[in-house]
Design a protein around this ligand. Structure first.
Ligand SMILES: Nc1ncnc2c1ncn2[C@@H]1O[C@@H]2COP(=O)(O)O[C@H]2[C@H]1O
Length: 218
């Protein structure tokens, strides 16, 4: 065997693995394969006395390895408490369990009564009805009922326009409320989470349309 062939093997394996990494759809696989690819390149550089290339590839290995650990931690299955597991399954299925739990905990849980949202306002919070019921009224006329599991204030959140109706609790209700300012921050800084939240809110609006259609047909 050629004496230079064995160290050179590292560079070929390194670039071949890089090719494989570039074909990966999943970011976890991409970074994991890059760790292997760049380790080979660092080894090649080291065996050839190429200090600069050794340094940079070692740095890439460390950065990608840290990301692999981070992503694995994020994807670790979480066991949601029973009450939250039902809410996740039914109304937040577009989010992963861990992501849902984090998002849920960014909101504030509280009991409420009376007016929850005033027509024509810019509410400070997006509301989710954990338990109890609310009614939606426009110019004093009831246009919809909101059962537990409904959002309120999602329309103005998505359009940026003033609210389209009054929302009043029918007796005491339990809410989870997220500050609109925080949601706008998510829209700017965490586009993937924002997309999944939009999907959750889209699902909620479809349910509202279905109920309206069922009511109109009855
Ligand atoms: N036709 C409707 N059916 C169900 N909910 C509604 C309807 N119109 C308005 N709402 C709710 O009432 C809320 C008033 O504030 P938003 O317009 O932000 O978001 C609105 C929805 O959450």
């Amino acid at each position: 065997m050629n004496i230079h062939w064995t160290p050179d093997l590292f560079v070929h394996i390194g670039y071949a693995l890089m090719l494989v990494a570039l074909l990966a759809r999943d970011i976890l696989w991409l970074r994991a394969v890059l760790v292997c690819a760049q380790s080979n390149l660092a080894l090649y550089a080291w065996t050839h006395g190429l200090a600069g290339m050794t340094f940079w590839n070692s740095l890439f290995v460390v950065i990608n390895a840290v990301w692999v650990l981070r992503i694995l931690r994020e994807r670790r299955a979480v066991k949601l408490p029973e009450a939250l597991a039902g809410i996740h399954r039914r109304d937040f299925a577009a989010m992963g369990a861990q992501e849902f739990l984090r998002f849920w905990n960014e909101g504030q849980g509280r009991e409420a009564e009376g007016r929850l949202i005033a027509d024509g306002s810019h509410p400070a919070e997006l509301l989710y009805l954990v338990s109890g019921q609310a009614r939606v009224r426009r110019q004093g006329r009831e246009i919809a009922a909101l059962p537990a599991g409904s959002f309120a204030g999602e329309m103005s959140l998505l359009t940026g326009e003033p609210t389209s109706a009054d929302v009043d609790a029918l007796g005491p209700v339990r809410l989870q409320a997220w500050p609109v300012a925080r949601l706008q921050e998510i829209r700017q800084r965490q586009p993937q989470l924002w997309t999944r939240l939009q999907s959750v809110l889209g699902h909620d609006m479809i349910e509202k349309l279905r109920r309206a259609a069922a009511q109109a047909g009855s």
